[in-house]
Design a protein around this ligand. Sequence first.
Ligand code: SAH
Length: 239
Amino acid sequence: MLFLRHYENWHTRMRIDILTVVPELLESPLNHSIVKRAKEAGLVEIIIHDIRDYGKGNYRHVDDYSFGGDAGMVLMVEPIFNLINDLKAERDYDEIIYMSPDGETFNQKEANRLSCLQNIIILCGHYKGVDQRVRDHIITKEISIGDFVLSGGEIPAAMICDAVTRLIPGAISDEQSALTDCFQDNLLAPPVYTRPAEFNGWKVPEILLSGNHAAIRDWMEEQALERTGRLRPDLLEKI
Ligand code: SAH
């Protein structure tokens, strides 16, 4: 079901623009493995923008002290406003996201939703965050990756890109594989095994070697249910 819905909503190529003051932080996570291959296959375009290119003066100033005297620097509204305006002049954006510890907690459902969009912007904060007026007037969605505070929004943004990209049809050789991962349909994934069938006296469950596909599927479903009930009973209530 999810699989079909996914295809119906599928556009040509997803575009993700990431805005940051530390572009270097995004280099490695977005240039290897599945994300790299998806980019090369033309399934997703991820463009990193250095907010400093819109900074003020010779020093490409992008931050300033906060009014009220709290310690720490705040990213200024103007460079972000100008950068986003330039992007919006070229295309429509479905969502302008700010990564923030007080945003809505990211989950697989949100990853699915985002993967069906065409163009999104992800703004990474740094230091004490961004001027509140950016959040009030420009941002359309605020996402957190959990109840802890990082130094910047870059790692959270890379996480979103990874979670979203692997859901795009074609990104993984067998799309079905992304759809049987944890949290799709609110179930944890069943355990997986590979060769050898026995190591150190530890055996792979007999059924997996039986070649009986229907029985294996039933076993996997049972395992997924059992695991979810044991480790995440809260998820079962949502089914
Ligand atoms: N003063 C802010 C924290 C700023 S941390 C506060 O207390 O809420 C600097 C930046 O890191 C933030 O602007 C945000 O973009 C990013 N960040 C930190 N923790 C995050 C989290 N859990 N989820 C998403 N982004 C986070």
